[in-house]
Design a protein around this ligand. Structure first.
Ligand SMILES: [Zn+2]
Length: 537
């Protein structure tokens, strides 16, 4: 037995050497681009517009047309962590943007970490963020571990996006801190502001955009979508009609920062920062495999407000098309197309703006109050406190001990489930003991892949098509369900020796990291996706 083990490890060692030799053809740079909230159908709907990066990727890349998230909670943190690790939420643990921390009895953000104070590139930051809640290593983590001298650079407007791609470390991990109104990183990634990032931000203050207008980037009659869509909820002082003035109430303030993020200016800014960091970190220009991750957030901000059939999202994408071409040109010039591989995808899609009676908003507050009333009838009214910890989108978390009481009282449990099913828009009510990752029922399976016992609800709620969970005062539309408009996203590989091809094989964004890992010749021990190409580029 012992001899066999020794023999096995010797064989594995030889195999590793063989792979190591093979990996000499590894790319010098892996680029992961995420377009927050980009649905797969946008590539076709707006096809006539593409003259830049999207055209290049569609013409010269390997385009997977049937890429879908296989899980229920299609959210930013879940999507980026899935792309970053190749694992699914039940394994990587990033089950939502926020979840109920049962020890602290409070809602926490998916990257919240008080032990990793934020470091601001501008006004003081007060939060703390890190990849500590991410339970498995990312591809970027494995590159840092397995590739000598590999550098990791990621950026987004959102901490959960930059961190989901980077993971547990990195040379420059940059996001926008809404509270501070400035770009930031945290102690988890750097002891002090990263000089190259600070140099770019100091030289290009985003605040100088205060007062500029977001105008259409092409003649109005070239747009497919109407300007005044029905059901739009524009942010702040904006109307549903162009132009949109990006200005604060009183100079550079929170309103300005919000409007700036919800405009194509923020995507262009991140692209400029990326070019600058490619140069200063010499990404892809040394004898190793570096990682560059960029998550463009503007589409998500705009999509929530104006919906998927708006001129606003059309123009964000047209301007992103231009920014992506600049990025590709810069990569081609500095790294060489043969020396990098690039993957583009999205963290989730988005629902059409709900229109009664065919669809609508399921308010978190309504769910909470509905169940509170039923439990008060069943178990008696509470003098203080609540039977419910939180009703947080698809997750209903009961106060400590309440779920156990319900399990011991089938009539009360049935009453709660019945009351939840009576809420318009809720199609399925699943107790956590009903979830199974191997179920042949696609709804149960999708909910199970989104479930982590320490972080998810006692009960999972699944909305009907065209219904979504949202706070009462929520935005125009949102995502976060298992319906196709939320799950179906673009997935394109490009660069290296990748040849232009269309592929309709069903795949998932969890396949991105394993595919890139194979190119780079690194191992991903916790990945659940699979490498989509058999040969190295
Ligand atoms: Zn979103």
């Amino acid at each position: 037995m012992k001899f066999h083990r020794t023999f096995l490890s010797l064989a594995l060692g030889l195999l590793t050497i063989a792979l190591g030799l093979h990996a000499q053809g590894a790319p010098r740079l892996v680029v992961v681009l995420v377009v927050d909230q980009m649905r797969a159908d946008y590539l076709q709907t707006f096809d006539r517009h593409w003259q830049g990066g999207f055209r290049t990727l569609l013409n010269e890349g390997l385009v997977f047309e049937s890429a879908r998230y296989p899980y229920l909670d299609t959210l930013t943190c879940t999507g980026h962590s899935t792309i970053g690790t190749g694992a699914l939420p039940h394994t990587h643990g990033m089950v939502a943007n926020t979840w109920w921390d049962r020890d602290r009895q409070q809602l926490v953000g998916c990257t919240t970490d008080p032990d990793s104070p934020d470091i601001s590139y501008g006004r003081p930051a007060r939060q703390g963020n890190s990849g500590k809640p991410l339970l498995v290593p990312t591809l970027a983590d494995e590159l840092r571990t397995q590739k000598h001298g590999a550098r990791v650079v990621t950026m987004s407007l959102k901490a959960r996006s930059a961190i989901g791609l980077a993971g547990h470390g990195g040379d420059a991990v940059v996001w926008f801190d809404d509270d501070a109104g400035s770009f930031a990183t945290s102690r988890a990634f750097s002891a002090a502001p990263v000089p190259a990032v600070k140099a770019f931000i100091d030289a290009h203050p985003f605040e100088k955009d205060n007062g500029v207008s977001w105008t259409l980037s092409a003649p109005a009659n070239s747009y497919i979508m109407p300007d005044a869509g029905i059901g739009e909820r524009p942010p702040g002082p904006w109307s549903g009609l162009f132009p949109h003035v990006i200005a604060g109430r009183s100079g550079v303030d929170a309103q300005f920062a919000q409007l700036w993020q919800a405009s194509p200016r923020s995507d262009a800014y991140l692209e400029g920062l990326a070019e600058s960091l490619i140069d200063s970190f010499m990404l892809g220009q040394r004898d190793t495999t570096d990682f560059l991750g960029i998550s463009f957030s503007a589409l998500d901000e705009v999509g929530h407000s104006f919906g998927p059939r708006s001129r606003e999202i059309e123009d964000v994408l047209r301007q992103l098309d231009v920014a992506l071409q600049r990025l590709i040109a810069h990569l081609d010039g500095k790294v060489g197309r043969a020396n990098y591989v690039l993957a583009l995808s999205a963290d989730h899609g988005v629902a059409p703006i709900a229109m009664a009676p065919a669809g609508g908003r399921i308010a978190n507050e309504d769910v909470r109050e509905h169940v509170e009333e039923v439990l008060s009838t069943q178990f008696g009214a509470l003098e203080h406190g609540s039977y419910i910890a939180t009703a947080n989108f698809t997750d209903l978390v009961l106060a400590p001990g309440v779920f156990e009481r319900l399990k011991a009282s089938p009539d009360a449990m049935a009453a709660v489930q019945q009351s939840l099913k009576s809420i318009p828009g809720i199609e399925h009510v699943l107790r956590n003991d009903q979830l199974s990752e191997t179920s042949s029922n696609s709804v149960i399976k999708a909910a199970a892949l989104s479930y982590h016992p320490n972080r998810s609800g006692d009960v999972t709620l699944v909305p009907r098509k065209y219904w979504y969970f949202s706070p009462r005062t929520g935005s125009g539309t949102t995502h976060g369900t298992l319906h196709d408009y939320d799950q179906h996203v673009p997935l394109i590989f490009f660069g290296g020796a990748i040849r232009a091809r269309r592929d309709r094989t069903p795949v998932t964004p969890a396949d991105i990291a394993p595919t890139l890992a194979r190119f780079a010749g690194v191992q991903l021990s916790k990945a659940e996706g699979k490498a989509l190409m058999k040969t190295e580029p």
